[in-house]
Structures are given as C-alpha cells and as structure tokens.
Ligand binder design. Structure first.
Ligand code: PMP
Length: 421
C-alpha cells in the first residue's frame, strides 16, 4: 500500500526479509494442482486461502471445545464462551479499538453495511436526504444504502473519480451538502487497488458533521489499522479475506453510536428481558447479534488475526509492494494489455483488459494453465461503467504469492496476447 518509488525500494528488502516459501508451506491448498498444473492462486482479493493454523483451529474447536456459547453453566460451554470472548478481544486489538463492546460480529462486510444502513441511518433519513458514496464502491457499499433510501425518500449520490482511478477530493468535498446524512467510502478499491486517503476524507466529513463508514474489506489484510487514528464512525471487514473462515465478519462502531442504535434483528441472545407486554434489549454488541453466531468461525477468525500479526503487517505490506511492482513492470510489457487506473498509492491487485480477448475467455485460458484470476465486473458495475469497460480480469496478491507466480502470470498473458493477435 505504498507509492510507486517506495514500492521499488521495498522490493529488494522484502525479498531478503520475507520467507515466502515458509509462508506457502503453511497453506495446504497451494500444493494442489489444477488441470494437472500447480495452482497459481491470484484471486485472494475475492477470498484468501487459509493457513494450517486456521484449518486446525476449526477442527480443534469441534473436536475438543465445542458447545453453544453464553448459555450453559457447564464446563464445555464456558470454555467455548471464553474462546468466543477472547476472539472479540483479538479483533479489538487488531483494529486498535477502545473497547471490546465496539466489535459486532456479523456474517461479512456486506452485513455490516446493511446493519448500519438499517439501524443507524434509516431512522435519521427523510425525503430529499442524501447518502454520499464514491464511484469506486463495491456493490456492498451501494445497494444497502439504496434499500434504505427507497424506503425513506432519500437518494444515493456518488463522488467522482479522476482518470487515474483516484478520488477527486475537491469534488467529494463539494458533494457534501446540508442534506448529506452519511458518507460511505472504500479504503482500498477492489478493482483499481487505489488506496484512498481515508484519514483525510474522514476529517473532511467530520468538519461538516457527516458520519463516515469505511469499507475496509480490501484494506485490513494489507497494512496495520488503527480505528482510533482513523476517527471514523463505522468500519467493516470480512473474515474470509484476512485468512479466516467465510461466514464471519466484523462491524466496528463507535460505542456512543452503537449504544443509541435500535436492534435490527430480533431473537435469542440480543435481549435483556422478554415479556409479551414488551421486550428490552441487551447492550452492544449483543443487541446486534441475534441467535447463535458462527461459533467456530469467530474463534478461527481470532486465530487468523493472531497468525497474520505474527507475520507482521509491515513485513506483509513490504512483501506485497514488491509483488505489485514486479507485476506492474511485467504487465506493462504485454502488447494490448491495459491496466485499469494508475493511482499513486495502490494495494496489491491489478485489473486489466486485453485487446480482442474478453475477460471471461482470458480467465478460462489462464485457468487451463492453473492460474486463478477473477473476471467480470468484480461487484463494481458503476465503476466499470465509469471506466468504459464491461468486464476486466483481476490478479490479486497475498502473503503467500511468490515472484515466480507473477512470472507465470506474465508468461501466460504474453502467450495469450500473441496467439490471439
Ligand atoms: N467491499 C469490498 C471493497 C470488497 O472487495 C468486498 C468483497 N469483494 C466487499 C465489500 C464485500 O465483502 P463480503 O462479500 O465478504 O461481504
């Protein structure tokens, strides 16, 4: 997540410091084959593969420590509950949050946005109000706002991006008006890789009294996070993109917001007292966690965060910066290949088109060589429309990606570009 010259510099040191072979050895799936070829997995932005520590944590919980949580007085339930509570504190530490009560477990980043839209924002919205997002948002940070806007007569408006795939901060500031009730902004674009200056954006919105939700689904796996320093109101991320299991995600919210927000789903575990005459609700975060959660998944998410922090997020960032620099160089030399956007700060992913080859065909041809990339609109149709393309291919890099895999991608792309000329 660094600027271009720094990326090149980081490349040399990262190679020396980061033992990618040792990291790869911890991911069993990376030694499998696809179509008889070694798997080259370049779709970690869609979902990351899981290290042995996470896979084992899931199995171990089911084998030794599994029961429902916060219910039983018996030893096993208490053990499962203690692991659950510990996972919440690990997320608190990972995000640098002030208080464990600010950590709400949800299914994924998408559910976190829906929760904020329905519980926090809907009661504050009226006809003519505006929810501001940006042109580079994932559908997860557009559609939940559209749903509450449709119910309340509000509307969703988008701040523009420039041709390099960066936000136009002046235009964004101008779009914040007296009717703006919320700003939803992605930290790292899942298509362009653009790293938005979220601290600056939050400060800008805060001066106008507009609450901010940060979509950190593509950010927290690449660099250290500190929600206190960010000073936003809400932040969401998904477990499955941070080397944890799918089915669990996190909403972080300022405690004063969460304490004032009504529940959005009702059921067990989210109440204080239930009677047919009326029900009172638990304090946050439990008020927002109706029903039995993903007990094993939440535990394994905590293990994934420990594991990632064990590698060191600074080292991860340097390793990925080196990969990105290598990929940018290699792809620039392929005839007919166009990388989408050219942001000054980019996380470790690149989307591209290749002349005369549709993205889906490109994905299929790469797959035949064992190379997995994402193709399509990447759940960002408005962004693709803005860029004037209907689909693209995306290669994304993670802690386990090696320089050899970047070479394999470049070789395959060159062959395809030459044979389809
Ligand atoms: N925001 C961004 C930027 C994403 O890349 C994604 C996942 N592609 C999401 C939100 C949604 O994540 P999930 O599907 O895990 O809820």
């Amino acid at each position: 997540m660094t600027a271009l010259p720094a990326r090149r510099e980081a490349a040399a040191t990262a190679r020396a410091e980061f033992d990618v072979a040792a990291v790869r050895a911890q991911f069993p799936i990376l030694s499998t084959t696809v179509h008889g070829r070694p798997l080259v997995y370049l779709d970690s932005a869609a979902s990351a593969q899981k290290p042995r520590a996470v896979i084992d944590a899931l199995a171990r919980l089911y084998e030794r420590d599994y029961a429902n949580i916060h219910r039983g007085v018996y030893e096993l339930s208490q053990r499962a509950s203690a692991l659950h509570d510990a996972a919440r504190r690990k997320v608190q530490r990972f995000l640098g949050a002030n208080d464990w009560r600010e950590i709400v477990f949800v299914r994924n980043a998408t559910e976190g946005v829906n929760l904020v839209a329905q519980s926090f924002l809907a009661p504050r919205l009226g006809p003519g109000d505006e929810i501001l997002v940006t042109e580079m948002e994932h559908h997860a940070n557009i559609v939940p706002w559209q749903l509450v806007a449709a119910r309340t007569g509000a509307k969703v408006v988008a701040a523009p991006i420039g041709d390099t795939g960066e936000l136009d901060l002046e235009a964004l500031a101008e779009r914040i008006g007296p009717r703006t009730r919320m700003l939803g902004v992605v930290w790292v674009s899942n298509v362009l890789g653009t790293v938005n200056p979220v601290e600056e954006i939050v400060a800008l919105a805060r001066r106008r009294g507009v609450p901010v939700l940060i979509d950190a689904a593509q950010a927290v796996q690449h660099q250290p996070v500190d929600v206190r320093a960010l000073d936003a109101d809400f932040l969401v991320f998904s477990g499955h993109k941070v080397y944890g299991p799918s089915g669990v995600g996190v909403l972080w919210g300022r405690l004063e917001h969460l304490a004032a927000m009504p529940p959005w789903q009702g059921g067990g575990d989210m109440i204080e007292r239930v009677a047919f005459e009326g029900t009172s609700f638990a304090e946050p975060p439990f008020r927002f966690e109706a029903g039995t959660p993903d007990i094993a998944g939440i535990h394994a998410l905590g293990v994934a965060l420990d594991w990632l922090e064990g590698l060191g997020l600074e080292a991860v960032a340097a390793h990925e910066a080196a990969l990105l620099a290598a990929a940018e160089d290699a792809l620039a030399r392929i005839p007919g290949l166009r990388v989408l956007g050219a942001p000054k700060r980019r996380a470790s992913l690149l989307s591209f088109t290749l002349d005369r080859v549709h993205a889906h065909d490109l994905g299929t041809l790469l797959d035949l060589e064992g190379i997995a990339v994402r193709t399509g609109h990447h759940c960002a149709m408005p962004l693709h429309a803005r860029l004037g393309v209907s689909a693209s291919a995306r290669a994304s890099f993670a802690v386990y990606t090696s320089a050899e895999e970047i070479d394999a991608l470049a070789r395959a792309l060159r062959r395809i570009a030459e044979s389809w000329r």
